[in-house]
Design a protein around this ligand. Structure first.
Ligand code: PLP
Length: 500
């Protein structure tokens, strides 16, 4: 008999699979009664550092290790009281969809197959949802960072004044300049660095009191750079900043871009989805004038990681940036049945079937279901803002225009440094108690606690618990003397202070 890695006993893998589905549903159903987060205990940490396995243990034993050492120590973002950074809360059907997608196991590139048609259909739906024309170039990606790299790569190639694909950035005659507010996400800077343009060429423009880009300053910088011999190429507008959820004046930026011949890229990671809520459309006016738009579906469409999307208004330029033909891919082109070659629209060739979870969940809830859910998140954030305003020792630190609430505990007589220590400690205690997951950031240099509500499981009472807990912990700390305790870092990425 030839070797294979398929199970010797199909009944066993079937049983493991059934258990997995049962466990997934049990965990989701019971989340509210669990702590949001718990530290990884030493035993699990130990298990997760064991050397490369050489001997087979079979699927049931392998799954058991997952159940014991991995599953209980999640980041916490599926929990009803998690509002840290900007994280998704996962739709149950989306979770199962990823299982189905892996079972079909297509590489969604070219070549006629239903997975490609599903992605085409989903991209068409997303364009319709956000009010974009059907002919824009579109692609599902691993997330907004990748979408921004793709959008800005096209911007660079269109506006650099050189054949970048042939000559590279060395062929660019004049130094390029791009513009974004001081509130723009780190992924914008990363994209500019990776594209060989260099961080210094990303001009950071000051914001107004609502954390929106100052249009007067923006224009002044563009004109000054051009006078100084630079080549301004693009403005990156925010539709929902990571710090406060601020939405730049998209219409104003679009007009300025067309007057100055610049590309307009919009980072709408979560904020773009607020377009589904009729009452938010005036704040997002001009969104559809973007030359490129990057947004996530794993944040405010509640899908499991990872899935993002990019639109490029001029699809021909997108193809001109990425398309390649290769002898070994000829069959895909020759098959005579037209299918989008997604590899021509972005960086990846082998791509997983991300579209399936979008497709299934849009059918499951309908776009109206998502619109209502997003509207609820916004209303909850506004109510939390009001609650903070009413509370004796809490202070709202930025306007609540979308779903992000920045606040802190304050008592009279404490200087800035003491207030920071106190709020850091409150944050740390909230995490270690498992009561809620929130994060922190700095606004105009001041340390603030931050809630970003992209959670479809949150109820009003959950925010009530948060407000009570912050007030209680803060008051106790002040009474007992703040400072001294070590801060327990929240789970996740390096740099727990950085919003993602
Ligand atoms: C999350 C986020 C990003 C990065 O998106 P990823 O999906 O993490 O790559 C970019 N911009 C904003 C405003 C974000 O919130």
């Amino acid at each position: 008999l030839a070797l294979t890695l398929d199970p010797a006993d199909w009944a066993e893998i079937r049983a493991v699979g059934h258990r997995m589905v049962d466990d997934i549903v049990d965990v989701l159903e019971g989340l509210r009664d669990q702590p949001v987060w718990r530290p990884v205990p030493d035993e699990a940490r130990e298990r997760l550092r064991q050397p490369l396995p050489t001997e087979a243990i079979g699927p049931a034993a392998a799954y058991d290790e997952y159940r014991r050492y991995v599953q209980p120590y999640a980041r916490g973002n599926n929990h009803p009281r998690f509002w840290g950074w900007v994280n998704g809360s996962a739709l149950p059907l989306g979770i199962l969809a990823d299982l189905l997608a892996s079972s079909m196991n297509p590489s969604v590139a070219a070549f006629e197959n239903a997975a490609s048609l599903v992605e085409e259909q989903v991209l068409g739906w997303l364009k319709e949802m956000l009010g974009f024309p059907t002919n824009v170039g579109a692609l599902l990606t691993s997330g907004c960072s990748m979408s921004t790299i793709i959008g800005l790569a096209v911007a660079r190639n269109v506006h650099a004044g050189a054949d970048i694909r042939r000559l590279g950035v060395a062929g660019i005659p004049r130094r390029l300049a791009l513009y974004a507010s001081t509130e723009a996400h780190a992924s914008v800077e990363k994209a500019v660095e990776l594209l060989g343009i260099g961080r210094e060429s990303l001009r950071r423009i000051p914001v107004d009191t609502d954390y929106r880009i100052d249009l007067g300053e923006l224009e002044r910088h563009i004109v000054a750079d051009r006078r100084a011999g630079l080549r301004p190429i693009a403005v990156v507008a925010n539709a929902g900043t990571v710090n406060t959820g601020a939405i730049d004046d998209l219409d104003g930026i679009a007009t300025m871009c067309s007057e100055h011949g610049l590309w307009m890229h919009v980072d709408g990671a979560f904020g773009a989805l607020a377009w589904l809520v009729a009452g938010m459309r005036p704040s997002l006016a001009g969104l559809q004038r973007a030359d490129s738009l990057a947004f996530d579906l794993h944040k405010w469409l509640y899908l499991p990681y990872d899935v993002g999307c990019v639109f490029v208004a001029d699809q021909a330029s997108q193809r001109a940036t990425f398309a390649k033909s290769s002898d070994y891919l000829n069959l895909m082109e020759r098959s005579g049945r037209p299918a989008t070659n997604f590899g021509d629209l972005g960086i990846e060739l082998s791509r997983r079937f991300r579209a399936l979870k979008v497709w299934l969940c849009l059918k499951e809830h309908g776009v109206d279901g998502f619109a209502r859910q997003i509207a609820q998140n916004i209303a909850q954030a506004r109510r939390l803002g009001e609650r903070i305003d009413e509370a004796e020792h809490l202070r709202l630190m930025a306007p609540v225009g979308l779903n992000v609430v920045c606040f802190r505990f304050e008592v009279e007589g404490l200087d800035e440094e003491k207030l920071e220590g106190l709020n850091e400690q409150i944050l740390s205690e909230i995490w270690s108690s498992g009561l809620a997951g929130l994060s922190d950031t700095r606004l105009r240099g001041r340390f603030v606690l931050r809630v970003a509500n992209t959670n479809h499981r949150t109820r009003g009472e959950d925010f009530e618990l948060l407000v009570e807990a912050v007030e209680r912990i803060g008051t106790d700390l002040v009474r007992g003397g703040a400072g001294g305790a070590t801060r327990i870092p929240p789970p996740g990425q390096e740099g727990a202070r950085r919003s993602s």
